[in-house]
Design a binder for this molecule. Structure first.
Ligand code: 4AD
Ligand code: MG
Length: 442
């Protein structure tokens, strides 16, 4: 009985001359009436399989010869070293088609066919996303994504953070009302959460160090390269921590992510044409810190039209990050530019004790965080000055009446970090089924 292997194992291990069984999908085919070359794909790689009419018999040979790309098959054969670059191929002696491809489908789902169909960034590719997932570029992105999720979990867990879950149906905004998704809720209105933060702050006195990776929702009307309506949000909250201490965690998790990618996903980064030295720099460097005021001066110095007090949008971040070769923190934004939960700086309450982390190569904001307003008096003042109703936040205010302590945290856009480290042009490239204002299908 031939043992079953992953294609990746054949390329790694010493299986020369052994009989193996492989399961996968047809990636490419060519051949004559006597010999057929089939490149087989599984989740670990591709391998050339040689099928001779004489070895498999007429029936199997004719069937496989007429099979379309992406048909699923199981084959058995002998592993042979080739003089080609790829190292190994399989001399097939038995082959079985498991799932045929419907010939009525309008295109062969090869990478190039899909990309050629209507140009790379097309609706066609998005309409056929369920098939596009199988292309090598998307598979590579999904592997990188998995490593990034895994690294974030281990980074926090290794430092005794507790993973904590908050509700996704909520009564109020965290990041402003303009991007709230409203959902009917049994005769009332509810919203999809924009952030785990407020419910994490409620658990802060219980757990002190907590984190999550969960979806957040924003009704972003404009379609940009870095906005999704449903994105994956890694958030953390720590008791007793200052803005500077929280920034250390932000720098730590981003550096750990770059480092782990280099260790686990070098092949994939190379496939994407990523400069590994760049990723190594993100893993090894300290991330500089700049105040908001300084950033505004730099922008004004470049002739950009920006008034003090405005939040920095993407166009401005892009100009700022053009001069950076590692991620940069921006701190001390004006109080009027940030939501009520940000803590005013006791040294100058025009500012809040907050930070954004901006990724280089033009990617911009990947983290937003800071210290929280933690006294009852101050939180009420901030809510009222923002003109926000108190009612949905009663639970949040109440936590300040029972032993409030300084604390803070941040949110990291995981898809944005994936896009940046993978060098993707668009955030859509790194998530299997992207959601934006025009699309909830497939
Ligand atoms: O800066 P934001 O809005 O901060 C918060 O939500 C805080 N409550 C987080 C906290 O302190 N716990 O969002 C945090 C990060 C951004 O820096 C960005 O990376 C990402 O979430 N993000 C998005 N990513 C993709 N699509 C969107 N529409 C995003 N909105 C925010
Ligand atoms: Mg932000």
């Amino acid at each position: 009985m031939a043992k079953n292997y992953w294609i990746g194992d054949i390329h790694k291990g010493n299986f020369d001359g052994q009989e193996v069984e492989l399961k996968g999908w047809i990636y490419r085919t060519r051949g004559s009436n006597k010999i057929h070359f089939l490149v087989l794909r599984d989740s670990t790689g591709v391998i050339q399989c040689v099928i001779k009419r004489d070895s498999v018999g007429d029936e199997s040979f004719d069937l496989i010869k007429s099979s379309l790309i992406e048909s699923s098959i199981i084959l058995k054969g002998l592993v042979e070293v080739t003089d080609r670059e790829h190292g190994y191929e399989i001399q097939v002696n038995n082959i079985e088609i498991i799932g045929a491809v419907n010939p009525d489908r309008p295109f062969p789902i090869t990478e190039s066919a899909m990309l050629e169909a209507e140009g790379g960034e097309s609706e066609f590719l998005l309409d056929n996303r369920h098939l596009y997932l199988r292309t090598s570029r998307m598979t590579t992105m999904l592997k990188i994504r998995s490593t990034i999720f895994g690294t974030i979990h281990s980074y926090f867990r290794n430092q005794d953070f507790i993973e904590y879950q908050a509700p996704n149906f909520v009564a109020g905004a965290v990041e402003g009302g303009s991007t709230l998704f409203e959902v009917p809720y049994f005769g009332k209105k509810a919203y999809l959460t924009q952030s785990w933060q407020l419910y994490a702050e409620a658990a802060m006195p219980a757990l002190e160090r907590l984190y999550t990776i969960a979806p957040s929702f924003r009704a972003e009307k404009s379609r940009t390269r870095r906005h999704l309506t449903e994105f994956w949000h890694a958030e953390m909250e720590v008791a007793w921590a200052s803005n500077e201490e929280i920034m250390k965690y932000g720098e730590g998790v981003v550096r750990a992510t770059a480092k782990n990618l280099l260790e686990e996903r070098e092949v994939e980064l190379n496939d994407l044409g990523r400069d590994l030295e760049l990723i190594a720099r993100y893993a090894d460097s300290k991330y500089p810190i700049m105040r908001y005021d300084e950033a505004v001066e730099i922008l004004q110095g470049k002739g950009i039209d920006i008034d003090w007090g405005q939040d920095l949008d993407y166009s401005k971040e892009k100009i700022l990050t053009a001069d950076f070769d590692v991620p940069h923190f921006l701190t001390h934004y004006p109080r009027i530019a940030k939501p009520f939960y940000h803590r005013p700086d006791p040294e100058d309450p025009k500012y809040v004790l907050c930070h954004d982390l901006l990724a280089p190569e033009g990617y911009g904001e990947i983290i937003g965080g800071g210290e929280r307003t933690w006294s009852e008096e101050e939180i009420l003042e901030r809510i009222d000055e923002e003109g926000t109703p108190r009612e949905p936040y009663e639970f949040y205010i109440d936590t300040r009446r029972y032993g409030g302590v300084p604390h803070g945290g941040f949110g990291l856009g995981v898809d944005r970090v994936c896009a940046w480290l993978a060098g993707a042009d668009h955030i859509r490239e790194v998530i299997p089924f992207p959601r934006d204002s025009r699309r909830v299908t497939p």
